[in-house]
Design a protein around this ligand. Structure first.
Ligand code: NAD
Length: 289
């Protein structure tokens, strides 16, 4: 492990992402001191028991005091409240980042509270699992994954570079883009797929009155792989859709159109259309991994 990049890192929220960051930073010796805070006393207790961070604070204000890096790792809908709570306690020169799955709405509620002299650099690690909570983190979560930063026009380039160095040291690749573009891209690659997975589970559940346990018993072919992400945290995903409304509605509309075309092809027995479509999607999908 090398020289620490930050002296005191405050993690607000102690779930999958913050926990994984803590373990990755500890493994790499990237932070001299790791302090964490979560709203729920149970989560703080668990974090203490398993030694997830070096110190668990009892308030967010206490956690961020003196920190040179503050990470907001709470559900997107809680970012604004947390920003209000910590703002007066942020140290001059500190870097403030977040890991929210939606970027523009977080910027809208956090940026107005960031004091002069504190550098806000919003971010989003494209890494996760369907697990959540303080026990779900692991040090290698970010390895070889993208970590998108969506700096503001007035973000300090030195702060962006220092945060990028940390992200790279945790094994991720950094890219920067504008927040609205991020939110559209993620609607396609993550948000709408989650919604469709949730829907598929809902459909299977409705059918299970007739099929009893068959959906579960014979779920290997497609259903199990396809719906793994439907076990993800309900609060996190509620907030994603409430805060990336326009982009997800737009992409969902396009998805529905596409689905109708396939539905019609099936009804009309248009095998040629289905084959051509699946050939195209196979080529695209094989190009991804
Ligand atoms: P999680 O449910 O595992 O953890 C969330 C944590 O926030 C919990 O410790 C909870 O106690 C705490 N919390 C909730 N409200 C709070 C508040 N008002 N004040 C303080 N703490 C509060 O969730 P996670 O998966 O770690 O997600 C955290 C953030 O990261 C979310 O914004 C999410 O959109 C984003 N994200 C998640 C994933 C993923 O796949 N899970 C991937 C990338 C980004």
């Amino acid at each position: 492990s090398g020289e620490p990049i930050f002296q005191r890192v405050a993690l607000i929220g102690l779930g999958l992402i913050a926990g994984s960051m803590s373990l990755a930073m500890r493994e790499g010796g990237l932070a001299a001191h790791l302090v964490g805070y979560a709203r729920s006393p149970e989560t703080r207790q668990t974090a203490r028991e398993i030694g997830l961070v070096d110190e668990v604070a009892d308030t967010a204000a206490e956690a961020v005091t003196g920190a040179d890096l503050v990470v907001l790792a709470v559900p997107v809908g809680a970012m604004g409240d947390v920003a209000v709570e910590i703002a007066p306690h942020l140290a001059p020169g500190a870097i403030l980042t977040d890991v929210g799955s939606v970027k523009q709405s977080v910027i809208d509620v956090v940026a107005p509270h960031v004091p002069e002299g504190v550098h806000f650099v919003p971010g989003h690690p494209l890494a996760g699992t369907e697990h959540s909570g303080p026990r779900s983190g692991f040090a290698t979560l970010f390895r070889n994954r993208w970590w998108l930063l969506t700096p503001l026009p007035d973000s300090d380039p030195a702060a962006v570079e220092r945060l990028s160095a940390l992200v790279r040291a945790m094994g991720a690749n950094v890219d920067t883009m504008e927040a609205p573009h991020h939110d559209r891209v993620l609607a396609v690659t993550s948000h709408v797929p989650h919604l469709i997975a949730y829907t598929m589970v809902g459909v299977a559940d409705h059918l299970s009155r007739v099929t009893e346990s068959e959906v579960i018993r014979y779920s290997a072919a497609g259903f199990r792989d396809f719906t793994r992400i439907a076990a993800s945290d309900p609060t996190m995903w509620r907030d994603v859709f409430l805060h990336n409304k326009e982009a997800t509605l737009d992409i969902l509309g396009r998805f529905a159109e596409e689905l109708f075309v396939l539905q019609r092809a099936i009804r009309m027995g248009d095998g040629e259309h289905l084959h051509r479509y699946f050939t195209g999607t196979r080529a695209i999908r094989r190009g991804i991994i």
